[in-house]
Design a protein around this ligand. Structure first.
Ligand SMILES: [Zn+2]
Length: 330
């Protein structure tokens, strides 16, 4: 059987992928990176890191294909002047330390700027993202042989609607994904506390500083030319909030971003989730554009509050031919 990766390699060799990209000619390609690092790193995070060499490969490909590679605010300014320009935007969500450690030196080397989407509450209070706190507890529970107790506890919390068939940490990862999208901040805090107390596993105080950016690192990147965009106050699903909480999340997010960076303010919906009301509040608060995690390319006709982003970390064929394929497929 001819596998997709083999077909892509053949198409890449005879330049057919490049031709297809040229014909499709999107105005704006936005790449959504999250964590950056090496897979064998001693610090394991929920968010699987993308390896630095792959980012460099992708950037070199974009530059070599005639794209201007930059931050979102700058891309919007360039497109306002010249709508026919081809621009690729680099974004990093959530503010993982690996961005400073591994990606920033690569971007500097190629004189490229990027947009960092940062969550105000996490950085202000040095609180690790909910999914990382829960992942830490689950990983420790697995190591300490407490997974059975943990799954019992989860079933109790959720009632009979949630029955875990497996007590594997990998299965619990998808549980984390679902709860962080379903709960508001006070529920998430409560959940972390309940799990922590019942299992007698404390989330270490330095979890934040071990895996997330500190303010000096952010300021360093901003001084170089990176933009900071809003990513909510507590990184919750904005579409489940009432009006007051929604407005608080967006407004506080903008206030926070303003303390770090002056320029065009853009927003990344937490988890990429949005609806009409969320868009309305983001727009009326003063953000000039917003990015989703909908995996599509952007054209002049695309709604500027619904910009699509390509998720390279989800792609399992880790070579440049498959990355080119992504740019055509979406
Ligand atoms: Zn995020």
């Amino acid at each position: 059987m001819l596998r997709l990766s083999r077909v892509l390699l053949i198409l890449d060799r005879v330049k057919l992928l490049d031709l297809a990209i040229k014909l499709k000619s999107p105005n704006l390609v936005v790449i959504a990176y999250h964590n950056v690092g090496h897979h064998n790193s001693y610090v394991q995070t929920f968010e699987e890191p993308i390896i630095p060499a792959l980012i460099e490969k992708q950037i070199l490909f974009l530059l070599g294909s005639g794209y201007i590679v930059t931050s979102l605010g700058e891309a919007l300014s360039i497109l306002a002047e010249n709508p026919r320009e081809k621009i690729a935007v680099i974004t990093f969500d959530d503010g993982y330390k690996g961005v400073y450690k591994y990606a920033y030196p690569i971007l500097r080397k190629h004189h490229i700027k990027a947009t960092l989407y940062l969550t105000a509450g996490f950085i202000r209070h040095r609180v690790a993202p909910w999914w990382e706190q829960l992942y830490y507890i689950i990983s420790r529970a697995e190591k300490e042989g407490k997974l059975h107790k943990l799954t019992e506890l989860i079933t109790q919390i959720r009632g009979n609607s949630w029955i875990l068939h497996e007590t594997q940490a990998s299965c619990l990862k998808s549980w984390i994904e679902s709860v962080v999208r379903a709960m508001d901040v006070h529920e998430l805090r409560g959940l972390v506390n309940t799990l922590s107390e019942t299992l007698d596993i404390k989330v270490p105080e330095d979890l934040y500083s071990t895996i997330m950016l500190d303010l000096n690192e952010i300021k360093d990147m901003v001084d170089y030319g990176f933009e900071v965009g809003g990513h909510g106050l507590w990184h919750v699903n904005l579409s489940i909030l009432n009006n007051d909480r929604l407005t608080e999340e967006v407004k506080e997010s903008l206030d926070f971003v303003r303390t770090l960076y002056k320029g065009i303010y853009t927003f990344a919906y937490p988890f990429g989730i949005y609806n009409d009301l969320v868009i309305e509040v983001v727009k009326s608060s003063g953000f000039k554009a917003a990015v989703t995690l909908d995996p599509h390319l952007n054209y002049l006709s695309t709604n500027i509050y619904m910009l699509g982003r390509i998720p390279p970390y989800k792609f399992n064929l880790k070579d440049i031919a498959s990355f080119k394929y992504l740019l055509i497929k979406y």
